[in-house]
Design a protein around this ligand. Structure first.
Ligand SMILES: [Zn+2]
Length: 263
């Protein structure tokens, strides 16, 4: 996935998190969710990129803990106006690093020529945001490949509405999530739909990528809409298969609870 001719870079941090480096015009970049500063600083410097902004999807430490160290590493000594901007949800301002720009659903940000749209997708946390830049969807812990985040601060109707908002984005979007959870999510998806040949093929493809240590992200939103069980809760056939005909929220709640307890 390239923005302005430059690739989005996934920096693995901790056990299974990703911080995403998003190329902007010139040699500028934004970083989504710097859980740990050191590997992100290295990745930016290796590529000769300068940090323009930090986008925070939500307040969990594995997504924000490196923010200040990262920003300080790319700030001029005089603390002047070219300091990178920290951007996050107004509603969670008190649980986030000090924000230079607090945003909410529908906000539009501009980094030079590059436009970023902000979507509020509560459920995993109450102030969870997703960022859409060009064809890239940075979904944090709201939506994973073949899975979704746990509902720590929201109920099933809230989280389901958030996922529907993401599913309404165009099919050619690419999904960049906050964690490498694809293999475990596919095991659960196959447990729900053991005869689904598409899932079987995905499992083989993903296993091969992981065997090489390669990321399974981004995935295509089109594929997620078709095969991610948490996005299929409005599909009448899937509802019947899973025993919740006509009730997407009840099905979503049942799947989320089942996944929480799935070994
Ligand atoms: Zn989280």
């Amino acid at each position: 996935m390239a923005i302005d001719g430059h690739e989005v870079v996934g920096v693995p941090v901790f056990m299974d998190n990703y911080s995403w480096i998003v190329p902007l015009s010139g040699s500028k970049a934004a970083v989504v969710d710097p859980g740990d500063a050191v590997p992100v600083i290295e990745a930016l410097r290796e590529r000769g990129l300068d940090l323009e902004a930090v986008l925070l999807t939500h307040h969990h430490p594995d997504h924000i803990a490196g923010t200040m160290e990262l920003v300080n590493a790319f700030s001029p000594g005089d603390g002047g106006s070219s300091r990178p901007a920290i951007i996050g949800a107004e509603i969670d301002r008190e649980r986030l690093p000090p924000l230079d720009r607090a945003v909410d659903d529908g906000a539009r940000l501009f980094f030079g020529e590059t436009r970023c749209e902000v979507l509020a997708v509560p459920g995993h946390t109450r102030g969870h945001l997703a960022f859409v830049i060009d064809q890239a969807l940075f979904a944090g812990d709201a939506l994973f490949s073949f899975g979704c985040g746990r509902m720590f601060e929201g109920d099933a109707p809230t989280m389901w509405a958030s996922l529907q908002k993401l599913a309404a984005l165009p099919d050619d979007m690419l999904l960049f999530s906050g964690h490498e959870y694809t293999e475990a999510n596919l095991r659960f998806a196959r447990h729900l739909s053991p005869d689904d040949e598409a899932l079987r093929a995905e499992q083989a493809r993903v296993a091969a990528l992981r065997a090489e240590g390669a990321p399974t992200l981004p995935s295509s939103l089109c594929d997620e809409k078709r095969h991610n069980p948490f996005l299929r809760c409005a599909d009448p056939e899937f509802q019947r298969d899973q025993g919740h005909p006509g009730d997407p929220v009840a099905l979503f709640a049942a799947l989320r609870a089942a996944k929480d307890n799935f070994a």
